[in-house]
Design a protein around this ligand. Structure first.
Ligand SMILES: *Cc1c(COP(=O)(O)O)cnc(C)c1O
Ligand SMILES: [Zn+2]
Length: 391
């Protein structure tokens, strides 16, 4: 270690165990994810709206609240926040925004998590990076591994969109295709990693992907001029972005930037894979495995999310909501967003459009509220899906 790490410790998200961040860490012995803790008083001394103005236009601008390794960066973060006036008006909403994460390297917000996870893994001496993926995480890991000069193994369902397979191959990663879901791919990585010497970069199984994804929360605050929106809609697979943004809001409160108010967080899932919505509707604290998961929104095909307890907690704390949409609705909404606003979304992002329409119609969203929906990926990577829908 050359300089002291910004991260002062890793805390279990479920029990009170703490871990040393200066060595490789994955899950807590209780099986739950670890979260990075910083000296936020020290961070707040230099990190402020004013000081951000002159910084790098990547997510590494929030350096004080990120692991301070030499960044393996491809220009991720600081994506556009677009006021979608016509779409909003069609639902009676005056302040509807799209945070367009499709503009990230490799076309999805998975780049955010991978820049921090791969930077830290490299610093810790990882030799081979491995992860299961529903699609975009694999592409992002393969790209950042290439940028880091490290080999990667990507394990994906055989029916993952072609663009995801091709990008992984182009980035020089080893691609393993399995007949199954991301949960089966996760098992494969878990079973092989010790023997093969792989560093497991699975969602929430190392502490730093959340750190990259939390910068979406910091960016919203910065892009709204030091304020947060009233409502955030998020297409939820593993829920890393939700967990990350809420962590960011807690850090901001500790730094004195915001009070106790939080945006109401909305989980949007596909009808064919909705473990969190099911648990939410049944007033449960954890989610059961969702059998026979199927949806065109590959990023939402996560039947057993590891962060279920954290996500459900966050929904209660922020007075949020969880709802499903159908694949048909996603495709229709995606065409609407593209034609009305010029944003070509992944089906996952399109899911938040129809969810917003439903919540506006029911009165859960008020006309003057500031509402942000996350387009988590570009539509350009889903050619099979859009080809069918646009014929
Ligand atoms: C991975 C992914 C999601 C789900 O993200 P989580 O933070 O794991 O819930 C949503 N949309 C797209 C396009 C994705 O690639
Ligand atoms: Zn624990």
């Amino acid at each position: 270690m050359t300089k002291p790490l910004n991260v002062i410790e890793l805390d279990c998200s479920a029990c009170d165990k703490k871990y040393d961040p200066s060595i490789e860490q994955h899950l807590c012995t209780c099986g739950k994810p670890l979260l990075a803790r910083y000296d936020l008083r020290r961070a707040a001394a230099t990190l402020a709206l004013e000081s951000l103005k002159t910084r790098l236009r990547t997510l590494w601008r929030y350096a004080e609240v990120l692991p301070n390794d030499a960044p393996v960066s491809l220009g991720e973060g600081m994506t556009a926040l677009i006021h979608v006036g016509r779409l909003g008006a069609s639902m009676g909403l005056q302040r509807l925004y799209v945070k367009d994460e499709g503009l990230n390297p490799t076309g999805s917000f998975k780049a955010r998590g991978m820049t921090t996870a791969v930077s830290r893994a490299k610093q810790l001496g990882a030799r081979v990076l491995a992860a299961p993926t529903a699609g975009n995480a694999g592409g992002a890991l393969a790209a950042y591994a290439a940028a880091a000069g490290l080999p990667a193994v990507i394990v994906m369902p055989a029916d993952t969109p072609a663009a995801n397979v091709m990008e992984c191959q182009a980035f020089g990663a080893q691609v393993v295709k399995l007949n199954g879901l991301i949960s089966d791919c996760g098992k494969y990585v878990a079973e092989h990693k010790d023997r093969e010497g792989w560093y497991d970069v699975s969602t929430l199984k190392e502490p730093y992907r959340v750190e990259g994804k939390k910068t979406m929360g910091y960016e919203l605050w910065e892009q709204f001029g030091g304020k947060l929106p009233d409502v955030i809609l998020y297409p939820t697979g593993g829920g890393v972005g939700l967990i990350g943004m809420c962590k960011a809001f807690d850090e901001m409160q500790e730094m004195g930037w915001i009070g106790t108010d939080r945006p109401r967080m909305v989980v949007v899932q596909a009808q064919g894979c909705a473990p969190i919505v099911r648990a939410w509707e049944a007033h449960q604290n954890s989610a059961a495995f969702f059998q026979n998961a199927a949806t065109i929104a590959s990023g939402l095909r996560v039947p057993g999310p590891l962060g279920d307890v954290l996500i459900l907690n966050m929904l209660r704390q922020t007075k949020g909501k969880a709802l499903t949409v159908t694949d048909e609705e996603m495709l229709q909404a995606g065409r609407e967003l593209a034609a009305l606003e010029g944003v070509f979304a992944a089906p996952e992002g399109a899911a938040t459009v129809i969810a917003t329409r439903k919540l506006a119609a029911s009165g859960w969203l008020q006309p003057e509220e500031t509402v942000v929906l996350f387009n988590t990926g570009t539509g350009y990577k889903y050619t099979e899906v859009w080809q069918r829908a646009l014929q």
